[in-house]
Ligand binder design. Structure first.
Ligand SMILES: [Fe+2]
Ligand SMILES: [Fe+2]
Length: 284
């Protein structure tokens, strides 16, 4: 499989993208301007830890240009791309632009919340986000299945985080923002799960190895670039009673479902994830 190709039949990609689109008809979408009672946003109802968590996730969501650029360079659509590769990459692009639009609205909703609730004024926040946002985002994965497995874990981890945080925050406006975001992340996870299943159906359990690597090398986005990341990540995990390795089990479940025959590779993946999860949170 060429590294820069999605490497799946166009019809399979079309089916997965169509299912993703069908899950968000226009009538069920939300927007930043219309769906929140911004005038009621009040950061005084939050603990310090919760305010800090909002600041943290704003950085993560606001890095969208970096995530989008990574997909664009991994699955190029330009004159140097042969037709066969292009037509597959073109299919996934239908997903990527919609996904990017949704993630960008997450960034805007969190920015707006910070400003309306009094966490930060717009101007210094914009500058802070730009300083982090211009840093390059990269991932080590060569195999496209590893990239999708990574994103699957990332989307599920974010969904769980937002749900947990929503359950403890004292400001109903923030709870509603987190509710919308977590539902989007759940759909993003479903698409990624569908992609991982496509690889397993098409290539069999030989794809389990790159998937295992995606977990072995897993870092939350911005872990290597955001200032003070590790201390901050531990603190926000504590605020929302959250452990990102919980998302690994969802990946194993997806793999088990797709590979119905007994497989040593899948068993090994399962053992590997259990071993990851047995580690105390602060040693990862
Ligand atoms: Fe998001
Ligand atoms: Fe997402």
């Amino acid at each position: 499989m060429p590294v820069r190709s999605i490497g799946l039949p166009a019809d399979d990609l079309d089916r997965s993208v169509t299912a993703f689109m069908a899950a968000t008809p226009v009538t069920r979408r939300w927007d930043v301007e219309r769906d929140f009672d911004w005038g009621a946003a009040d950061a005084n109802r939050l603990t310090d830890g919760q305010r800090s968590a909002v600041r943290f996730i704003t950085f993560i969501e606001d890095h969208l240009p970096g995530y989008f650029a990574l997909y664009s360079s991994r699955f190029p659509l330009d004159a140097d791309t042969d037709v066969e590769t292009f037509l597959l990459n073109r299919e996934i692009y239908h997903f990527t632009v919609r996904w990017a639009q949704e993630e960008d609205s997450h960034a805007r909703a969190l920015f707006r919340y910070q400003v309306e609730s009094g966490i930060s004024a717009a101007e210094p926040l914009r500058r802070e986000l730009a300083e982090e946002g211009r840093k390059q985002f990269s991932l080590p994965h060569e195999h496209p299945a590893a990239l999708f497995a990574y994103t699957l874990v990332q989307e599920k981890a974010t969904q769980i985080y937002y749900q947990n945080l929503k359950a403890v925050v004292g400001d109903p406006v923030l709870a509603e923002v987190l509710n919308r975001l977590s539902r989007d992340e759940a759909r993003h996870f479903t698409f990624m799960a569908d992609m991982v299943e496509n690889y397993l159906h098409h290539y069999g359990d030989s794809v389990v190895e790159p998937i295992r690597e995606a977990i072995a090398q897993f870092r939350m986005p911005l872990a290597d670039t955001l200032r003070g990341y590790w201390r901050w990540a531990l603190r926000i995990a504590d605020t929302a009673h959250y452990d990102h390795t919980e998302a690994y089990e969802h990946l194993v479940r997806v793999v088990r479902r797709a590979v119905d025959a007994p497989s040593d590779r899948v068993d090994e993946l399962d053992r590997f994830v259990r071993a990851c999860r047995a580690l105390p949170a602060d040693s990862r």
